[in-house]
Design a protein around this ligand. Structure first.
Ligand code: DGJ
Length: 721
């Protein structure tokens, strides 16, 4: 159970495993006293001595001493020489902000954040109110520590109670100080088709950060970082993980100061951000999550996965088996008609697929990616009877029907653009910069949001559609809005996100039976924010099984298998040209929301039989694959082999997955030590009938027989007996 104690100068949040302590300094500056393993004493006053904080009130707040203090919400210019969490410029042009303690109160349960995605839960929430008297600025810092995972949700609301317009230039969601010792930093950075590569390096003095200023959480970096003790491994060692519940521009960084103390901050990237806070108005930052683990990266991931399952993902699909799908994109690209789609769907139904997804190209006159985004009217050349006959025909095969949209975009060659060129994000006088031949709609404008909502809702209302793939395929450029005054242009990126979240909130409430999957040129918006609306995200356009080992392995640092869309595609792979066995493609793809993305009608009968077998097997074990506890065993970032295991929540079964990138001659089969099993139980390997003790499998290992060739793999179902 989480507990929240408010003493005279000390606040203690804790659950059964971790504690977070805040001390209010004599001058009213709140400082972070502790974040780590649970402390027994509610008021461990000795911690103050440990931090060299005098108990007699002599600690100088006005002088330079704040540079030594782990402030909860610091600002630059009050003696703290590090980057602050908040910068507020007043009308005279100066920017200093001195937030002092006003009150600490308790909300009986966690409240939603106005207009933004946020974690939810029944846990008590601390409201720590600070105020700058000169500015008339109030800051409400919210903290929720969950019962069932060691995750702390934090956010900040800034309220202008003064008489002048305050310009926010920086408003971080979280600032946290870590103990003064050596740390490694781990981030996830990449590119299109190479999303979320793991980057671990020692933290030295100075700053190390990842960020996005392209309008989305991005392909290039994820809103996540972890600080690890240098000896931390998958299973052991102290790890502090951080992530944002946000899908737009972000900053996530750590800075080791002159005292060798790291300060971590996450929030909207200040580059390109600004907000005019009128008297009486408030600004809500996105929520940040901090998790704590003493069981290495595996422990950190377990906290994030529970957070996703119990406090982020909503709706009826949150804990349901996800349908096995066939997506026509790599099978047909833009070149299809009703008949061709039905041939695909018919074969899909024959092999056991449950959901047929029609991807890009069904609307306007979109024969390539150079037209029609914004014109959400079915292309009668391809589907003469419209969508409904196709949906009905697919349903009559016993399949569900899914449809692709890219609603946030506009093609210059579209009726929408011809009618409303100013609805695109643009700067007057500048030549529009197209990305994938398209522009971005200006979601800071309510009328544009209404258009998007109405277009998508009309199609979902007129057709019994079971699934929507919500795509987004370009970055911001020429960032200007015809709907905002000059003084508010810097608000556009965040207002865009508020517009998007507003549309999504309305859609998921009106269509609760539709399963939504988020996508952005692959995994360009894989974040806790989108997961709050859509329970699964397309991991990457790269479906090559070898690359997917890397991408899914690193994605699992934060996100559980049920959040990751992963499909079997054709060989040679369309992104890498690589040829991998169908069995390996199946083994890797089934470790997430499983599906196919290829022309089944080009396969041999033997291949179709193998696919039927893959699908039948997944149907038996998908609850374990999607919702079991996921353990990474061998890292593709460290060697030739990848391995992981998912263990059913009730421990009754586990699925082990192994891939070897390059074959090795004249070598014993690999022995892989499993994890998460009951050491005292016995397990039968269903594929071989062999029986082993859980202790043997975890401490001695499982021998993995491999065939010849590169990219061989194995997957075993272990049943506890
Ligand atoms: C990018 C997505 O990642 C792909 O899966 C596909 O939907 C294309 N867009 C369609 O244009």
């Amino acid at each position: 159970m989480s507990q929240l104690f408010i003493g005279e100068n000390l606040i203690h949040l804790r659950n059964d495993r971790v504690s977070y302590l805040i001390h209010i300094l004599p001058g009213g500056v709140p400082m972070q006293l502790y974040w780590g393993k649970r402390l027994n004493a509610m008021e461990p006053a000795s911690l103050l001595r440990h931090h060299n904080i005098p108990g007699d009130g002599s600690f100088s707040v006005q002088g330079c001493a704040l540079d030594h203090v782990p402030c909860e919400y610091p600002s630059f210019g009050l003696g703290d020489l590090r980057h602050g969490a908040v910068t507020v410029r007043q009308e005279d042009g100066t920017a200093s902000c001195d937030l002092r303690f006003v009150s600490a109160e308790i909300d009986t349960e966690k409240q939603p954040l106005c207009g933004l995605p946020a974690s939810y839960g029944k846990e008590q929430t601390l409201r720590l109110t600070l105020r700058d008297e000169l500015l008339g600025l109030k800051a409400v810092l919210r903290y929720t520590l969950f019962d069932d995972c060691d995750a702390l949700a934090r956010s900040v609301e800034l309220i202008n109670e003064g008489t002048q317009v305050l310009a926010l230039e920086r408003a971080m969601s979280l600032c946290m100080t870590l103990p003064t010792r050596s740390w490694d930093i781990l981030t996830l950075s990449g590119a299109w088709s190479r999303e979320r590569e793991m980057q671990r390096r020692p933290m030295l003095m100075g700053e190390c950060s990842v960020s996005s200023i392209n309008g989305a959480s991005s392909l290039q970096a994820s809103p996540f970082l972890a600080m690890l003790s240098p000896e931390a491994t998958e299973q052991q060692g102290e790890v502090y993980g951080f992530s944002l519940v946000y899908s737009g521009n972000f900053y996530a960084g750590a800075m080791v100061d002159q005292h060798r103390t790291p300060r971590v901050m996450l929030g909207i990237d200040p580059d390109g951000f600004g907000w005019q806070l009128e008297p009486g108005q408030s600004f809500q930052t996105p929520e940040a999550i901090a998790v704590y683990s003493r069981e290495g990266l595996g422990g950190m991931s377990a906290q994030f996965h529970t957070l996703c399952a119990k406090h982020i993902v909503r709706g009826k699909f949150a804990d349901q088996p996800r349908p096995i799908l066939l997506n026509n994109w790599e099978a047909t690209y833009f070149n299809f008609d009703h008949e061709k789609l039905m041939k695909l769907a018919t074969t899909a139904a024959r092999v056991g697929v449950e959901l047929f997804v029609l991807d890009d190209g069904w609307f306007g006159h979109r024969d390539s990616d150079n037209s029609s985004l914004g014109d959400w009217v079915v292309d009668k050349r391809k589907l003469p009877g419209g969508l409904r006959p196709l949906v009905d025909d697919v349903h009559s095969l016993g399949l569900k029907f899914g449809l692709w949209f890219e609603p946030e975009m506009i093609s210059p060659d579209s009726d929408l653009y011809r009618a409303h060129p100013d609805w695109a994000i643009h700067i007057d006088g500048r030549t529009p910069i197209e990305g994938r031949n398209q522009l971005t709609l200006d979601l800071s404008r309510p009328e544009v949001c209404d258009y998007i909502y109405n277009s998508v809702a009309a199609i979902l209302a007129a057709n019994p559609i079971d699934y929507v793939k919500w795509d987004m395929n370009r970055n911001f450029s020429n960032i200007g809005s015809a709907g905002l005054p000059a003084s508010r242009q810097r608000e556009l990126p965040h207002r865009y996100m508020l517009g998007l979240y507003g549309i999504l909130e309305k859609l998921i409430h009106r269509f609760p039976d539709v399963l939504f999957e988020s996508c952005a040129s692959g995994g360009g918006r894989f974040d806790l924010g989108m997961l709050h609306y859509m329970p699964q995200t397309w991991c990457s356009d790269n479906t090559d099984a070898y690359t997917r080992c890397r991408i899914q392995y690193s994605t699992s640092l934060v996100f559980p298998p049920f959040a990751m869309g992963s499909h079997v595609s054709a060989v040679p792979n369309h992104q890498t040209g690589r040829i991998t066995p169908l069995s390996t493609r199946g083994n890797i793809a089934r470790s997430g929301c499983f599906g196919y993305e290829l022309d089944l009608n080009k396969l041999t009968e033997e291949e179709l039989t193998e696919i039927s077998g893959q699908i039948a097997a997944v149907k038996q074990i998908r609850n374990t694959l999607l919702y079991g506890r996921f353990y990474r065993l061998l890292s593709p970032y460290q060697g030739n082999d990848t391995a992981w295991i998912t263990v059913a929540q009730d421990g009754s079964e586990a699925v082990f997955t192994f891939e070897r990138a390059l074959s090795v001659s004249f070598c014993n089969p690999p022995m892989v030590c499993l994890a998460g099993l009951d050491a005292d139980a016995r397990y039968r390997i269903e594929e071989t009938g062999e029986v082993y003790g859980g202790d043997e499998l975890m401490y001695s290992g499982i021998s993995v027989p491999l065939g010849y060739g590169d990219h061989t793999s194995a997957s075993f179902l272990l049943k506890r007996i």
